[in-house]
Design a protein around this ligand. Sequence first.
Ligand SMILES: NC(=O)C1=CN([C@@H]2O[C@H](COP(=O)(O)OP(=O)(O)OC[C@H]3O[C@@H](n4cnc5c(N)ncnc54)[C@H](O)[C@@H]3O)[C@@H](O)[C@H]2O)C=CC1
Ligand SMILES: O=C1[C@@H](O)[C@H](O)[C@@H](O)[C@H](O)[C@H]1O
Length: 339
Amino acid sequence: MTYRTSLGVAVIGAGRMGADHVRRISEVTSGAHVAAVVDVDIDRAKTVAADVDGCAAYGDVAEAMASPDVDAVLLASPGVAHEAALLTAFEHDLPVLCEKPLTPDAASALRVLEAEQRLGHRRVQVGFMRRYDHEYIKLKALLDSGELGRPLMLHNRHRNPSCPPDFTSAMLINDSVTHEMDITRWLLGQEITSVTVLRPRPSGNAPEGLADPQFVVFETDGGALVDVEIYVNARYGYQVQAEAVCEHGTARIGDPHDMLVTTGGRWGGTVTPGFVERFEEAYDREVQAWIDATRRGEVTGPSAWDGYAVAAVCEAGIRAQTEGRRVEVELADRPALYT
Ligand SMILES: NC(=O)C1=CN([C@@H]2O[C@H](COP(=O)(O)OP(=O)(O)OC[C@H]3O[C@@H](n4cnc5c(N)ncnc54)[C@H](O)[C@@H]3O)[C@@H](O)[C@H]2O)C=CC1
Ligand SMILES: O=C1[C@@H](O)[C@H](O)[C@@H](O)[C@H](O)[C@H]1O
């Protein structure tokens, strides 16, 4: 497949992530332009498209994907809308950068995997942007080098200042901890085999009825233990940390390392306010890597298989949460396309 000099991208979903990706493609990355913005709320699509020269606004996904100006798709609608959009993109054989989740559950993720296999080639990169964060990249390189020996445990902390009003106890697992599911598989090169979810007495900061924070434990097929503290109403800021404990040493990322100020009997620095700021550079690299690979006719990065594997772990996580017990992950065999 050969593309025009600048890749024409249709951004689907003009909400928080979609609008930010439109800005990114227009102002930060190179090799692509936003040819279309699509949103079921057409006024929102028009508002976002209005900032980009020559960009069309659509209320219908299929209509946008049929446009001759569209070479590729960046999918930033809610997860429930991903399966339909992905299948339509496959009909046009369009490459897709799909924001996490691939789809909200394992059965629909498996349908997407099957449809991509029918195409006979990979078309999807899933938006697990932490794989493009320079600190995670360094940690992976160190673990892969073998210098510290075999990873035994991985401790993760994931704190958001607040959550949207419609956030549910399940979403701490399938909207937030999804990132640790992916990063665990990627860092360790192992599959997650079981999930246990423990819940302390909820924080007074959490809305009534929301089980926040939660403490999640993964076991892996390589014998590692992984814990994730997820706290989505931490108030003070956004913080993501990971510490690998290995046979011969430990390595930690995510500590604040900006300017330290000492004044008025206190010392310290600032905490990033949200994921958009903490992972800004990672989102930039992720989108640039997708554009570059697409223009080379390749698909790189987290695959639909990775999206499916995380959906399967999420499903076990939700059951572990509601049933209050350790639940094993049910994973299909990995198809040849993803080996
Ligand atoms: N990688 C990351 O760190 C993050 C990823 N996300 C993911 O990004 C995606 C979008 O999230 P947000 O931007 O926060 O949501 P949002 O609610 O701000 O925006 C979603 C937009 O999609 C539109 N929409 C809904 N159904 C649609 C459909 N069928 N076709 C076209 N447009 C449709 C809505 O009208 C809305 O404008 C989700 O998959 C979410 O999980 C969200 C936050 C961070
Ligand atoms: O993907 C994201 C959100 O959807 C999720 O709700 C947050 O907890 C994560 O930190 C963010 O990266």
